[in-house]
Write a protein that binds this ligand. Structure first.
Ligand SMILES: [Zn+2]
Length: 477
């Protein structure tokens, strides 16, 4: 199939590359590997929407290319920030606009007041774990944005953009490498952080940075040997060992575990250390037969979903929190096994193979989502998730939040809450149609109209509720 669209130039590039399939590392490794780049190039040339996506990315990186290195260094935070939602207007409590290039003031789009970022944020009460200034929220946004830009610059360069793109990506990587090792590691157990907040914040910054490094690491003239060492050891290995590879057998699992494990595997690729990848995927010396309590991707595949395919965390929001990163981790395993089958044999790493039992788990989990989604494949999640499935879903979710104490969704999922509106939808079973029924208008009628998408009540089986400690820890900041 691949040869059908491969141009002669691409074929020559492939032939000039190290032998694919050898037991050696091939870079870029990870979610954006050589096959991904070839695929993106092909789509850019043949499909207008793909060219538009890349053009949009290119526009977004321009201000970062124009920034002087001195200014870039001055903008980079020097100590741990907190969480993005601290960037909230103290006057009206709406989100302030994030401007990556203004680290002094932010404007409220609602009441149009400007605030000095030194002001204390009213989004968290004094003494709360993430209490801080408006700057602490701005800087969290900044670190996320800066890392994403580094990744996109590196990607655009890998697709043919000029050397300056790679150089700016390298500047950002070097800055992180210089400043990370000296920062204290906050938190304990599986709740640790260096730059932002636990579970999601640090992880997303790291994922972008490791993707950027993989894409530019072999560009000539970008890094000295010492700079490679600093990025690999002082930034990536230190961050992963301190924050993400801290799970001990039987430790708590939460909805971000897939993402954390993916970060560990990707850093293993950057370090060319298969032990990190094995640890994350639960293979070889970390296989369930050897370490049955280790919360690896293999363990999650066997234990993270109920028999009906629902995430053990029960509500739709947490199902999606886990399912997206789960699919991404599966894709990563497939890509690793295709690019480096000698290091990552498909029989261990390719969970997309229908014969793999983990593929069946994923299929049930995806079916659980599609059964609840509307015909356009969007879903109104409830739990503590915003309108991230689609903007149109937000009012429905908001109606749910107003009508139900936060967290009660778990009881609903277990069938422990008697609510007349749930019965009114005329569906049987502990979960059937509950989110449709919770909305008094609009999509409430969808319970009947879209009933073919609802799960069969007969398929719902309870494995018993998780422990209270596990439930509590997966909440976001
Ligand atoms: Zn305001």
């Amino acid at each position: 199939m691949m040869m059908k669209w491969m141009t002669p130039g691409m074929l020559l590039t492939m032939l000039a590359s190290p032998a694919l399939g050898a037991s050696t590392w091939v870079h870029p490794a990870g979610l954006i590997d050589r096959a991904t780049l070839a695929d993106v190039r092909h789509k850019r040339e043949t499909q207008p929407w793909a060219a538009d996506v890349l053009a949009s990315k290119d526009r977004a990186v321009q201000p970062w290319l124009e920034l002087s290195l001195v200014r870039l260094e001055a903008m980079m935070p020097t100590k741990r920030t907190r969480v993005y939602w601290l960037l909230q207007c103290p006057a009206c409590r709406q989100s302030l606009l994030f401007d990556a290039f203004n680290n002094r003031q932010a404007t409220c789009p609602h009441c149009e007041k400007s605030h000095n970022l030194k002001e204390i944020s009213t989004a968290a009460p004094p003494g709360a774990p993430y209490a801080g200034t408006l700057y602490d929220g701005w800087a969290c946004f900044y670190l996320q944005a800066c890392a994403r830009i580094a990744r996109d610059l590196a990607l655009l360069h890998a697709l043919g953009a000029e050397q300056a793109y790679a150089e700016r990506a390298a500047d950002i990587l070097k800055l992180f490498a210089q400043r990370t090792k000296g920062l204290p590691v906050a938190g304990s157990g599986s709740f640790r952080m260096i730059w932002t907040y636990a579970y999601e914040g640090d992880c997303h910054v790291l994922l972008s940075l490791v993707a950027a490094y993989e894409l530019v690491r072999e560009v000539e003239g970008l890094f000295s040997a010492e700079e490679h060492r600093a990025i690999q050891q002082d930034l990536l290995r230190h961050w992963v060992d301190s924050v993400f590879r801290t799970e001990t057998d039987q430790s708590q699992r939460h909805n971000n575990t897939y993402t954390n494990l993916t970060a560990v595997a990707l850093v293993g690729c950057a370090l060319e250390d298969a032990d990190y990848v094995d640890w994350a995927f639960g293979q070889r010396r970390y296989a369930m037969s050897v370490r049955p309590g280790h919360r690896s991707l293999a363990w999650l595949g066997a234990n993270n979903y109920r028999k009906d395919g629902a995430f053990w965390g029960l509500c739709t929001a947490y199902h999606l929190y886990a399912l997206g990163p789960h699919c991404r981790a599966m894709l990563l395993g497939t890509k690793l096994s295709r690019q480096m089958p000698g290091l990552f044999p498909p029989e261990l790493y390719d969970a997309m193979d229908p014969a793999n039992p983990r593929a069946r788990t994923a299929r049930r989990a995806i079916t659980w989502f599609t059964a609840l989604s509307l015909p356009d494949m969007t879903m109104a999640p409830f739990g503590d998730m915003g309108g991230r499935v689609s903007l149109a879903s937000y009012p429905l979710r908001n109606a749910w939040r107003r009508s139900t104490p936060n967290g009660q969704c778990r009881s609903w999922r277990d069938g422990n809450v008697a609510d007349p509106r749930r019965r009114s939808c005329g569906l049987r079973g502990p979960q059937a149609g509950s989110h449709f029924a919770s909305h008094p208008g609009g999509a409430a009628g969808a319970a009947g109209k879209y009933s073919r998408h609802l799960p069969r009540a007969e398929s719902v089986q309870s494995d018993g509720p998780p422990s209270g400690a596990e439930f509590a820890v997966r909440r976001g900041p």
